[in-house]
Write a protein that binds this ligand. Sequence first.
Ligand SMILES: Cc1ncc(C[n+]2csc(CCOP(=O)(O)OP(=O)(O)O)c2C)c(N)n1
Ligand SMILES: [Mg+2]
Length: 619
Amino acid sequence: MKTLTAKETHEANDRSAKTAQIDRPQALGKPQMKWGSDVVAEVTRRLNLKYIALVPGASYRGFHDSIVNYLGNENPQMVICLHEEHAVSIADGYGKVTEEPMAVALHANVGLMHAAMPIFNAWCDRTPMIVFGATGPVDAHRRRPWIDWIHTAKDQASIIRDYTKWDDQPASPQAAVESVLRANQITRSAPYGPVYICLDAGLQEAALSEAISIPDVARFAPAPSAAVSQASLQKAIKAIEQAKFPLILAGRVSRKQADWDNRVRFAEAIGAAVLTSSNDPSAFPTTHPLHLAAPCLRPSANATALIKQADLIISLDWLDLAGVFRLALGAAQTQVPADKTVLHCSVDSIRTNGWSMDHQALAAVDLPIFAEPDQFVAQMVDEMGVKKSRKIKARPEMKRILHWNDALKSKSAPARGKPMSMWDMAMTVREFAKGKPVTFARLPIGWPGEAYEFDGPLSFMGNDGGGAVGTGPGHTIGAALALKDSGRLAIGVIGDGDYLMGANALWSASHFEIPVMIVVADNRSYYNDEMHQERVAQMRNRPTQNRWIGQQIDQPRVDLVAMARAQGFDSEPPVSTSEALAKALKKGAELVAKGGRYFIDSLVTPGYADSGPDQRSGG
Ligand SMILES: Cc1ncc(C[n+]2csc(CCOP(=O)(O)OP(=O)(O)O)c2C)c(N)n1
Ligand SMILES: [Mg+2]
């Protein structure tokens, strides 16, 4: 994180104190732990969970009361949302930045159903999160007629079990203590993912009839990362010594600066080229001389050339290893590229299940290493005695490759004074962010890899791992909440479809005074799917000019600015030129630095700026 000046620190502390003043309960006296739900709240507090995102509901009215009137609405403090989808997306955005779980509370079956999609997305994002839900009373004699019956479902967790790491429905307050401790341990163990605890309304609302023991939570912490064996380290070193052209695929790695620095030292010491994914959070400085191809999801021409040349692939939990080989080399999904040694370092395999195929195709691997990638890199750096020098081991083969950032110089600067294309918009945003402590919470479909100029682990938080449209606003606000007092400017650049599906997430940012900027790349369309319809029409020899039908979001044109203003954001009329966008970004940044919220509707001409139709992620 950037070092703050004395004035900035003062302002940040001021804002922090103000946040704590939001939604303060009165007349609490000295609350005693007396009810079942007080026990759950008490354990939650001891686990140091700062926030709980929620939409209220009677099924958890006991737990709600415990947070307000027993905990005094702090640690965790409620972040009230206008849709369960946003509550989970905000927790996902927060967890991506902090690698710590945020809590969420969801009403019975109906709230959980609203939340199912972003929970799946958090599962694909590998984000830690503790989701509290509710049911019942399980004891049918205690159910209120009608409403308690429709909101009671047996095995409620079955709605989301296939994409959570663990769930439970404790039957007593004492069992709930264990349940919350276990949830915390599981969600914080890699690979991270959401966990769910369903609280029986009867248990929540029952008076405690016996003393409850809450043990020292420190004794239930997750284990530190397992170390890589000496034998595996030696094999890796030997493979590196024998390699002519090593290529690091830096995938799902940590947000810690020390790990980032280690990755750079490792790559420099072995002289490996590096590739990062535009789908995952920033993993390596993108303009570093070894980061030869611009970040991409599907391999661009440059990335393909690197993969083809490499004789050693070092995958740091790359999301789709077999898929990338298939696309770059035309290899069958599970076939090893014959001319390469493949090292794959990941713990993802222990989370694989039979329902979700997000584990991707099975890659053939010569050197499998079961460890968190940054653990492996740290041990390699130690084992190889890598010093802190910035001398890059030069590989003659790599010197001949034109770095993507140099190639960019011959490409067009943003057009001036005329309607912006996605390229113009992206280059304007890149220019604006240069050298500033900006965190891009999200970037939209079709954004060119050349606009990804990242210099630290918080530069970019990756996209929606589950391909879940509607999560952009929530992710942005959750990331901004985590970064509130850091001196970083949190920006979400999202599509108009994504914005419109998740637009009423914005109110939570205003209510909770979260400084944030949201910029919409507004092509007035679900444009990704226009492209799909065009392709189908081409395949079937049918008229492609009808591709817009059922896709364009126009007539009437939605007033995106009004939707943001209505929820407390500052804004201005839509901008349609790169000059106007640059001005708006500057104005927005000034406002957000003072703790405000800014919205920009950036009109772009339909069309993408990435390297071709197959770059597109939308399904
Ligand atoms: C919940 C959900 N519904 C539908 C889709 C299919 N889909 C993928 S991209 C996309 C369009 C998104 O529109 P927008 O955010 O405006 O981006 P654009 O396609 O215009 O670049 C849609 C509808 C999805 N991925 N998720
Ligand atoms: Mg769109």
